[in-house]
Every structure is written in structure tokens, then in C-alpha cells.
Design a protein around this ligand. Structure first.
Ligand SMILES: *Cc1c(COP(=O)(O)O)cnc(C)c1O
Length: 457
């Protein structure tokens, strides 16, 4: 099909939407390392995990072999309210950049929660409901996950308690209200409602919180409330599984027009959108059927892949969660408070960590002010106000497209535009007022938190 036939937006019909999630681990020769019990350092059993997580989700978490999991009909119906998400050909951006590159982005911001997180939120809430649970607890950093989970719980009639990282709670009061619209209760973290929160407050008075700390509080809250389980919005294998719907749709849309990406780019916080976007492409790469350049983009303020170590670490500050083998800056790492994006987790998905370690993907880190410059350039030509997190991917895609201009190569670039920036206007305001700084940890900062990593033989 000739080039000019490709529309600005490629949609799939409802019939063309994926009916099963794809489990990338099934095609990995070297599987991601198992979660370990923090006390015994033995692999976590399903039984142990079921004390914290929902049963069906534990089964998904531990399954490294089954390539496809059928998406239950109820979840597919929910997906139809806001999916398929558009795959956009960025003609206007290409024109602006005067690049021979062909740029596509998969836009996940077209739902009230404003990001891709709803794809996993509805799945996790569904399995909790089916198990007959009363409610779920969770943490939220920038607020997108909490919003998504609130929507899913509101829809299914499940209680939802959200621990929100304090600096976001204060910076983004409207996110908090959206969660309350959907019936969730929202507590700023660290709080005095949990023993781990009280301990952190004592040790770091005046702390603005971190994702790792909010996770500890949410886990403790789930363990102490009957009929409750804890759910997590990123990092875990099950979350990447649910997010594969992004990549499956993107690939189906591209296949429709015979388009094959050369470069696939995504921002990486805990790794769920990137893991989901690349899943079917990485599957082909692992099976030797095709090759793609895959790039993870992380903030220079929280550079787990590019400056962390591939080790077992805690997923939370309070050290109550299982140990995961991942690229980590250390669970004691506190990213700078003024960093605007929600990519502030100290670790990275075990799946992506293993793939990166084995050379199947690349990673770069970028500076915050450069990210906001790219975000505004994008907004002005493509119309969408992008989330700061997503804009990390925009910056990397723009840089690749500029490189194509220099070399004359007609590369096809696909990137994940994970969400909208309507709730991030305080960050944009700082940028406009010249108050945004690039706080980049020193080698000593990182060495200090890495020195506290648990010894796992
Ligand atoms: C949470 C979030 C991210 C980062 O999380 P991942 O699990 O790495 O995908 C990126 N973009 C947006 C809009 C988010 O809400």
C-alpha cells in the first residue's frame, strides 16, 4: 500500500481488538528471576503471595510459560469503553522536524484517568471482585494509577484505599478529587495511619514521600484489613501482561498497513507501558523472526537502568515486600522532590531488567528541562498536551528523527504516548517560570543507597 494511504489515525474495529494478553516471559530463554521471600530469601510460593495479592493475579505473576491469557469478557467490554486507543501517524511533527523518518505514536491518554494504567487497573479490580474481596489498597505516585484504580473499583463496586505520595498529593489536588469522585479514600504518604509510615516520618521528618514508601504503607494497610488485598500499578509481571494490550493493538494496526517499526521507544518508570508496548515486537525478536531497536527512556533524576545495579532489592522503602531482581538504585534512594514526572521508582520491572541485561534493549536517561521543551514542541504541532512522563519518549523519538534528517535514513519510529498532562500544569508552570531544575543524583548518592541493598546469595 502506498505511503500516502496511511491515515492520521489508525483505529481497529471492535472485532480486531485483542482477545488475549500476551505473556512475553513465555518466549524468554532466560526467565526473569523469581520474587524472593524477604525473610528466607527463598522463591515466594503462590500461597505466600496470596496473603498480599489476589489469587488469580498470583497465578499470572508466577506463570513464565503460558504465552496467552484470555481476556475475560467483562474486561473486554470495559476496554471497549475507551479502547482501541488510536495509533497516530505524526505527520505534523515529521513536517515540523523536516525529517525523512516516519513517526507513529500509540496514544493511551483518551480516558478519564488520563493514562495507560486503566488497562491493568480494570483487570486487577476484576480479579479481586471475582475472588469475593471487599476492597483493595494501593499507592500512587503522580496520581494516574490511583485514579485508574478508583475508576475500575467504582465500576465494579469495590472499596479502594489509595496512599498518595505526599508531594503529588499537595501538587495535584485535582487528581485527589477525581479519585474521590470514583469513591476512593486518599491518604498522603508517609502518614501516621500505618506503623511503617510513622517510622519513616520519624526518620525523615518533612519528607515529601516516595513511591517505595507509599507501597509499604499500602501493603501494611491491606494486611491489617480483612477482605482486602494490595494491588500494584507497575513493575510486576502481571501488570506487563495486562499492558500487552497496548502493543498487540499497535502491532495489529501497523500490520493492517504493512508498516514495520525500526525503532520502538517508551518511557520507563516501573516498566509497564514500555513492557506492554514492546511485548509482541520483543516476542518476535526473541523468537528470531524480526529485529527491532528498542529504547527505554528514563529521567536523569531517577536512572535505574542506566546507573543502577542488576541485583535483588526491595520494591519498597519499608522492606516489607518480596525481593525482586532488577536494575535498582536501592530502595533507600529518594529521588528529588521537584522532579515533575511520575517516573520516580527506584527499581525496574524484572522482565525488562533481564531483557536489558541480556542486550535485547537499550536505555537512555534524559534531563527534565529537555523533556519539557520536547513536550511543548510536540503539543504545538500534534495538539495533544502530553504527560511529562510520556514526554521522555517524545524527546527520544524527536532525537532519533533528527538523526534521520542528518543521515537521510527513512526509519520508522513508534513511541508510546502514555498519557495527558492536564494534571501536570504545576510542572509546566515551573518550566515556564524558569524554576525547573535538573537535579541529578551524584555517584555518591547512588552508592550510598546501593550500599544498603540486601545480601542475596
Ligand atoms: C505511571 C506512568 C508512567 C510510568 O509507568 P510505567 O509503569 O513505567 O509505564 C508513564 N506514563 C504515564 C502517563 C504514567 O501514568
Amino acid at each position: 500500500m502506498s505511503e500516502n494511504k496511511i491515515p492520521y489515525k489508525i483505529y481497529l474495529s471492535e472485532d480486531e481488538m485483542p482477545r488475549a494478553w500476551y505473556n512475553l516471559r513465555a518466549d524468554m530463554k532466560v526467565k526473569p528471576a523469581p520474587l524472593l521471600n524477604p525473610g528466607t530469601h527463598q522463591p515466594m510460593t503462590a500461597e505466600e503471595l496470596e496473603g498480599v495479592f489476589c489469587r488469580e493475579l498470583v497465578a499470572q505473576e508466577l506463570d513464565d510459560e503460558t504465552p496467552f491469557f484470555e481476556i475475560p469478557r467483562e474486561i473486554r467490554d470495559f476496554y471497549k469503553m475507551y479502547r482501541p486507543s488510536p495509533l497516530v501517524r505524526a505527520y505534523c511533527l515529521e513536517e515540523k522536524l523536516q525529517t525523512p523518518a516516519k513517526i507513529y505514536y500509540k496514544f493511551e491518554g483518551n480516558n478519564t484517568s488520563g493514562s495507560h494504567k486503566l488497562n491493568s487497573a480494570i483487570a486487577q479490580a476484576y480479579y479481586a471482585k471475582r475472588q469475593g474481596l471487599k476492597g483493595v489498597t494501593t499507592e500512587t505516585g503522580a496520581g494516574q494509577w490511583g485514579t485508574a484504580l478508583s475508576m475500575a473499583c467504582g465500576y465494579l463496586g469495590l472499596e479502594c484505599r489509595v496512599y498518595m505520595v505526599k508531594c503529588s498529593y499537595e501538587q495535584k489536588p485535582f487528581r485527589r478529587e477525581v479519585m474521590r469522585v470514583y469513591g476512593a479514600s486518599v491518604t498522603p504518604s508517609p502518614s501516621d495511619t500505618t506503623s511503617v509510615g510513622r517510622k519513616i516520618l520519624q526518620e525523615f521528618p518533612g519528607t515529601t514521600g516516595s513511591l517505595g514508601c507509599a507501597i509499604s504503607e499500602a501493603v501494611e494497610a491491606a494486611l491489617s484489613a480483612p477482605g482486602y488485598r494490595y494491588v500494584l500499578g507497575s513493575v510486576l509481571n502481571q501488570v506487563l501482561l495486562h499492558q500487552s494490550v497496548i502493543g498487540l493493538e499497535a502491532k495489529a494496526a501497523m500490520d493492517k498497513y504493512g508498516v514495520k517499526p525500526d525503532i520502538i521507544i517508551g518511557c520507563a518508570g516501573g516498566g509497564s507501558n514500555l513492557g506492554g508496548l514492546i511485548a509482541p515486537f520483543m516476542g518476535e525478536k526473541l523468537r528470531g523472526e524480526a529485529d527491532y531497536r528498542i529504547i527505554a527512556v528514563e529521567p536523569a533524576s531517577c536512572p535505574s537502568l542506566t546507573r543502577g545495579e542488576f541485583r535483588y532489592d526491595f520494591c519498597d522503602t519499608g522492606m516489607v515486600c518480596p525481593l525482586a531482581k532488577m536494575y535498582t538504585l536501592g530502595s533507600a534512594f529518594m529521588p528529588s522532590a521537584d522532579h515533575a514526572g511520575g517516573l520516580r521508582f527506584h527499581g525496574m520491572s524484572s522482565i525488562l531488567s533481564q531483557l536489558y541485561h541480556d542486550g535485547f534493549m537499550e536505555a537512555i536517561s534524559v534531563r527534565q528541562t529537555d523533556v519539557f521543551e520536547a513536550a511543548e514542541e510536540f503539543a504545538r504541532v500534534e495538539g495533544i498536551l502530553p504527560a511529562p512522563e510520556s514526554s521522555h519518549a517524545i524527546l527520544a523519538a524527536v532525537n532519533e528523527a533528527k538523526r534521520c534528517k542528518e543521515t537521510g535514513e527513512e526509519k520508522t519510529i513508534l513511541f508510546g504516548l502514555t498519557g495527558t498532562g492536564y494534571f501536570d500544569l504545576v510542572a509546566y508552570e515551573k518550566f515556564h517560570n524558569g524554576q525547573m531544575q535538573n537535579v541529578i543524583p551524584t555517584d555518591e548518592d547512588i552508592a550510598k543507597s546501593l550500599a544498603q541493598l540486601p545480601e542475596v546469595l
